[in-house]
Design a protein. Structure first.
Length: 266
């Protein structure tokens, strides 16, 4: 964590007002350097400046998090869970990769691990369910697993069934027919976390189930033991890899290269 300068703490204490899911600065015009420091705190907590609203908009009520930062005077790590939102176009593309034999089943369980803001399950609802059903049928089960309680609250507020849990400790009560995921690429103690998450997700699939995962392309060429073993596992399972265009995640805050892995459980 980094210490927040006392003048910035003072501005946040006296000049920042929480209104619903937004923070409005009521402290007059700030010097550019001072504003950048205030903005950094608010963005680290998940806020994004909205010119039309003249406020930082959050996906949750930031009252408690803002109070905690002001009281301790320290800035938390900006992205501890390695969350980079799946761009809508990529989410739609992945849903389009789900064949009709899955889409048209009378009963279907779709699972999004490490769901973040639920972009993939939302794309499934938008592209598959809503055109066919005005309301989600009981025979379709859509589950999002996410460990960030703020994002879980946001998912539930949007009517998505969300489980608050570290996905690596999650075991589906009913095996999934489709897993669609954008896992963290790195985690504390695990520089190849995407491989770990994908293997665990595969175990949650029913026989014949489909897995679609956004991954780092490293496993396709690296010679280290884990990447080699993962590549061989994908090849043995007849997995297919499709590279995404450069800059696909630029709007989400990273230029990391990515691929889509498609595997069916036999």
């Amino acid at each position: 964590m980094r210490t927040i300068p006392s003048d910035i703490v003072s501005i946040l204490t006296r000049g920042a007002t929480v209104e619903g899911n937004s923070v409005v600065l009521r402290c007059g015009q700030l010097a550019p350097k001072t504003y950048r420091a205030v903005n950094e705190v608010l963005e680290t907590l998940g806020g994004k400046w909205n010119r039309k609203s003249q406020a930082h908009l959050f996906p949750y009520d930031p009252t408690e998090d803002l109070r905690a930062v002001v009281e301790c005077g320290e800035l938390p790590e900006k992205n501890p869970l390695q969350f980079y939102a799946t761009p809508p176009a990529l989410a739609d593309k992945m849903v389009d990769m789900i064949e009709a034999r899955y889409r048209l089943r009378r009963r279907l369980h779709v699972l999004e691990p490490s769901a973040g803001d639920g972009a993939l399950v939302e794309a499934f609802i938008r592209s598959v369910l809503q055109p066919r059903f005005p309301h989600q049928p009981d025979t379709y089960i859509l589950t999002a697993v996410e460990m960030d309680p703020r994002r879980v609250a946001t998912l539930r507020a949007r009517g998505i069934s969300a489980v608050e849990q570290d996905f690596l400790t999650y075991h589906a009560r009913a095996a999934a027919d489709v897993v669609i995921m954008n896992p963290p690429f790195r985690a504390a103690g695990d520089p190849l976390a995407d491989q770990t998450h994908v293997r665990h997700a595969y175990e949650q699939l029913a026989p014949g189930g489909l897995l679609l995962a956004i991954m780092s392309p490293g496993f396709t060429f690296r010679a280290d033991r884990r990447s080699t073993a993962f590549r061989e596992w994908v090849e043995d399972g007849c997995g297919r890899v499709e590279r995404n265009p450069a800059g696909t995640f630029r709007g989400s805050g990273t230029d990391v290269e990515t691929v889509i892995l498609r595997m069916q459980k036999h």
